[in-house]
Design a protein around this ligand. Sequence first.
Ligand code: NCD
Length: 322
Amino acid sequence: MRHLLDTQTLSRTDALRILDVAEDMADTQRREVKKLPTLRGKTVVNLFFEDSTRTRISFEAAAKRLSADVINFSAKGSSVSKGESLQDTAQTLQAMGADAVVIRHGASGAPRTLATSGWITAGVVNAGDGTHEHPTQALLDAFTIRKRAYGDDSRGRDLAGLTVTIVGDILHSRVARSNVWLLHALGARVTLVGPPTLIPQDVSAWPATIRYDLDAAIADGPDALMMLRIQLERMNAAYFPTEREYARSWGLDAARLRALPADSIVMHPGPMNRGLEISAAAADSPRSTVLEQVTNGVSVRMAALYLLLSGERAEAEKEDAR
Ligand code: NCD
């Protein structure tokens, strides 16, 4: 693997490889000493042009547990706020010897531009670009679903036969897009639910079923119900009448939680708007995997960085040169 830019072009084989390596990484994270020497001498740059708490910290923890050096670069307070271009920033990182660049950017496609520009030789990991994709989030979600379904027997398995329902602000969600492609590639059946105003126009081309009635979707008994954050910061118009009205129609309240089958899990990528898309009762219930997702995120990002920066990278570079 040379870069991790999206899940739309990620093969089933590569996806399963990342999930299986993440299982090995998770095993090491249960030890008292969590640090592995694997990426000693490598430099990972976290290049964050958009705010982030858990994703940035998660990549930082992942890189450090593999003994890589980590440089955190956030656009606020840097020369980017003085108008420095992505090209100049990238070339500066290259000159400092970055081996991998983890990038979050408000513009869809920025990670691919960075990976294909020739400005840098580093491997590029997309940590969320605009409303486009957030591949490591989808991988950690798939990891979490697989772990809850198969426990210690997870290795090598896909998600065939499982159903995942994703609810809410699909329109602005890179998490939804990455999950649709990945879960489909892994054999799961995906349903998207939300108000028509928050379902994208091009959704008919996605491998997913669209529904507008959350109660009916819950009555189908999905194995996983993924609630998405209402992304108020990306909304320049009124997509729903009031927050109260949204919560009533699309929020996971106590009654809807009770209507779910006993073994279904409730997921949320965070940060949560408690009381809007998800009630506190649902967020804190034993079937909520919110914190498991955070824990699994570190293992999945360790796997991604390892596959990008270990021996296989040299092979990929040789292939590129041919
Ligand atoms: C998501 C993101 O930034 O796309 N969050 C995350 O990575 N933890 C989802 C969101 O912001 O709602």
